[in-house]
Design a binder for this molecule. Sequence first.
Ligand code: PLP
Length: 366
Amino acid sequence: MIRTVSLTPAVFHLSEAVNQVSRTYGEAPIVPRGPRLAPLFDGVRKGIQTALGAPEHEAVMLTGTGSTAIAAVLGSCLRADERLLVVRNGAYGDRIFEYANTLKQPVVDYSLPYGEKPDLARIEEILAGNKADAIAVVHGATSTCTLNPVPEIGALAKKYGKKLLVDGVSSLFIEPMDLDAWGVSAVMGSCNKGLHSHPNLTMAMVRKDLLAEMEKIPARAPNLELWKAWRAQVNGSHPYTIDPMSLCQVSAALAHLAAQGGVAGRHAIYQSRTDLLRAGYERLGLTIARWAGVPLQSIGTALHIPPGTSYDVMAQRLATEEIEGHVFEIYAAQGKLSSTLFRIFNMGEYPLSVYEIFLRALARVV
Ligand SMILES: *Cc1c(COP(=O)(O)O)cnc(C)c1O
């Protein structure tokens, strides 16, 4: 049987622990309001908090994907009149900007070309001049495969007493993060990216002092009210139907993550993949997309489309021409970058040898 390897960031092969749940859950389904839900919620919420080393933050689970978490955080953590500084230099920063506008949040827009490093002096000027009450920024910038300077922005948020809302959808559980030390008020997360579960459930991490404040903040995203969901979850329920099988899968994914050595262990696995792959890309004469002063993320790499071919041709050949029992699905770049860049992610449960085979496949198409 030919194995199709996902070199994409949201759906890929998962651990046997998670697959085991998928195969067997139907034999003994858990009733969403029954007595077996409370311990499941407790285990998952505490497991996330422990895995992320974030005792000052509470995990809130929601049905949906990373974008659901963006909407939930924006619609639950801010008062309607708070001025939100949106620092955006990629496709997901654009999404935060779009959702904030939909919610009619007053926005201070700091927009940069994709990939470019935000200017900390400019951010400080806005905060020092009291022109914003909160900041939103993406940590792992998936459209460029780079990391934004969240610790530095967080230091400014702390200095000026502003809320900091971070999109950690593609960095949580993979990149080392210290939510408390960085001054992060709330993080938008996911369960399918770094946690290696299915894209059915998502989550947000909210700092306890902000949660207390949120009791008095009217929620503006119906169905995604974080305070209401948290209150219910502490008592072992959820305001709406939530899929217990997905919670079981997340629970299994957390156990698997712990067995790999937690976030540090997973980060090391991802780093060994990017070390192998980036050296391979350079040997093949490919150019890695880089921006001055900006570190690369460990979930994948954006590359320039080599002359003489196109993304579609490369993707089609990699997906159909078998090599050593494998075919590969790669990923286009987003929006304005798609004519010049493409992306190769190294997420999911694959042995390092799969990436060596991939480099041989790539050599045939570039
Ligand atoms: C994947 C991703 C999202 C959410 O995307 P969904 O399509 O809702 O899963 C948000 N932010 C970042 C940085 C992402 O990588």
